[in-house]
Ligand binder design. Sequence first.
Ligand SMILES: Cc1ncc(COP(=O)(O)O)c(C=O)c1O
Length: 243
Amino acid sequence: MEETFAALAADAVFITLPNNPTGFELSREEWDQLVALCGRYGKLLIVDCTFRFFSRQPFWDQYELLEKAKISYLMVEDTGKTWPTQDLKCSILAMSEDLADDMLELHNDILLNVSPFILKLLTEYVKDTMREGLQSVIWNTIDRNRETLREAIRSSGLAVSNPGSTISVEWLRILDAGVRSVDMVDRLQRLGLGILPGDHFHWYDHGQGERYIRIALARSPDMFADACEVLKSAITANGKDSM
Ligand SMILES: Cc1ncc(COP(=O)(O)O)c(C=O)c1O
């Protein structure tokens, strides 16, 4: 990390934690290091935390760390990934005080209104999760679907890329060098399966993502199990050559 910062020409460091699609996270010690380096090199730290509720690391106060370090920061928080009901969502941009005036102006230019009805509804979802716990409301479905998917692709032309990931998507590597992600997406779409190609997750070099697909896991387990059956038979019936 130190070497990366020393060579960095950009003014800001943008990181998504946990990462979509890989599920990559930083430990608390690595957060400490990241924040200290931003301070030392005068970089603005922007963290997209919209997948935070899928993390299984113990919660701790990242804002306390950021405030104590007195660095410029901007955190993107969002309910949309955790309680994704019919696109209802509430996003929060939290920032250090030095950015507040400029951000408020930008914010007011873009956002006219947030529906109080949506905020009330989301509040009830969050309260329900607080009562029942993340494990039963969110994680059990994700874990069960991840397991079903991993079983379905065992010994196929697809491989689990991030075995430790706990977020709501699975990032799979295509083993056959002759198969591109967009071709696989098209083929599976014809069978009624909607998945994403990996290309655009690599903003700088789409070619790197061509070897990957992403599958959403936050779905009803019954429907997901049926979809995995279709996926499995597609892989088995046609072999990896035709995928
Ligand atoms: C890490 C991350 N942040 C933000 C967004 C934007 O979410 P939305 O389109 O729901 O505003 C996405 C969308 O997938 C995302 O993956």
